[in-house]
Write a protein that binds this ligand. Structure first.
Ligand code: FES
Ligand SMILES: [Fe+2]
Length: 391
């Protein structure tokens, strides 16, 4: 063999043929390599108040937003409040039993009328300032001392917000031009019909105040690569590489995970202490579905219960997260029913997730942070980033 030709062959493989630097030192090749790897977002998407506001205006107020469960407003006058990025909303049930939502803003001088987070109106909504009074359908029925002004009470109903229901989940839409909720949800109602979510009943709620951007919560929810390190208790129940992710959609991302041998649900010991939810087939009984339904509902469907997380972004680096657990009422009625095993398990996992998300927020806020490479198993996160930044 001729020495020279062998040397040239090795050189061609190991150096850049433009600058003749070693390939791993060539800036041009490094840039080309990086351009093919999807990366996380620049820091400003997690820290900049202007971007935060623009995201909320576009990504939240342009969509149907999850508000809470229909059972909270079952009877006329029942209500609960939502704070959607500073916009207070009254969700209530009118005298005919119809779901309604109103801006919590009096039509007289704009006062926020209702402050208790939930309760029951006694047939009317009254502003505490000058006593303007509204019926449960939002119409103004009484406005003291307005005589002699040409005023008509019919001109001043409460400002309404569109609302709709999917299997017991209440959604709100603030947009003047909006699609139907069904259109936003796509195939999800069919896909999850077997869980009969509308029949499930609330058992417990825990509210967390997390010092992290809302997108970090959604990203964390949609990958389990962190499970062995962050969640040893969860890792005993499911294989972190066993996620069966669905192709990303513009309105949701998610997938399902099976159980390790001998485990039947998500509790510390994997023991299922309740019957399977009625309607589930053998395949559905053997998995948990985890879906992030944009903009703010994280839905986790277990063989024997449903867990929801609702995200309420408060600031670029702060998100309120409402976690609720829901069970089959027939199980709840049985003597000795308990759901604490599910709650204690997920409360620990939640706190681990919020802790690591807060550390992410802190690191991203450093001047040293630059976007990092996503792995193949983080494709849902990249898809989510693109929807948030490009739509
Ligand atoms: S501001 Fe509500 S009654 Fe005056
Ligand atoms: Fe996690």
């Amino acid at each position: 063999m001729k020495r020279g030709s062998s040397y040239t062959g090795i050189k061609r493989r190991q150096v850049c043929t433009s600058c003749w630097r070693a390939r791993d030192r060539c800036r041009k090749l490094k840039k080309m390599r990086e351009a093919t790897i999807p990366t996380t977002l620049p820091a400003k998407y997690y820290t900049d108040p202007t971007i935060f506001k623009a995201e909320i205006d576009r990504f939240y107020f342009g969509r149907w937003i999850y508000a809470g469960r229909e059972e909270r407003v079952e009877k006329p006058g029942d209500y609960f409040l939502c704070d959607v990025a500073g916009e207070s909303v009254i969700v209530t049930c009118n005298a005919s039993g119809k779901l309604q939502a109103f801006y919590n803003v009096c039509r007289h001088r704009g006062t926020r009328m209702c402050t208790a987070p939930e309760g029951a109106f006694e047939g009317r909504i009254q502003c505490p300032y000058h006593g303007w009074t509204y019926a449960l359908d939002g119409s103004l029925v009484s406005a003291p001392n307005m005589g002699g002004t040409g005023f008509s009470r019919f001109d001043y109903p409460l400002h309404q917000i569109a609302c709709d229901i999917w299997d017991g989940h209440v959604f709100l839409n603030f947009a003047a031009k909006r699609s139907q909720l069904a259109e936003q949800l796509g195939e999800l109602p069919d896909k999850f019909a077997a869980w009969k979510m509308g029949d499930l009943k609330f058992h417990k709620r825990i509210v967390y105040d997390v010092k992290a951007n809302w997108k970090l919560i959604i990203q964390n929810y949609n990958e389990c690569l962190h499970c062995p390190t962050v969640h040893p208790a969860l890792d005993r129940l499911t294989d972190y590489l066993g996620a069966d992710n669905q192709a990303p959609s513009p309105n949701y991302i998610g997938g399902s995970m099976g159980f390790r041998e001998g485990m039947e649900t998500m509790t510390f010991d994997g023991v299922r202490r309740r019957d399977y939810l009625p309607g589930l087939n053998a395949e559905q009984r053997a998995m948990v579905c985890y879906y992030a339904i944009y903009p703010n509902l994280l839905l986790a469907l277990h063989p024997d219960y449903m867990m929801t997380h609702t995200l309420w972004p408060k600031a670029p680096d702060r998100t309120e997260i409402v976690c609720e657990w829901h069970f089959d009422p027939r199980e709840m009625a049985k003597p000795g029913f308990q759901g604490d095993d599910a709650i204690e398990f997920w409360d620990q996992i939640n706190r681990e997730d919020w802790g690591i998300s807060e550390l992410s927020q802190l690191g991203i806020g450093s001047r040293a942070y630059t976007p990092g490479p996503y792995s193949k198993r983080e494709e849902l996160l990249y898809a989510f980033d693109r929807v948030v930044t490009e739509e």
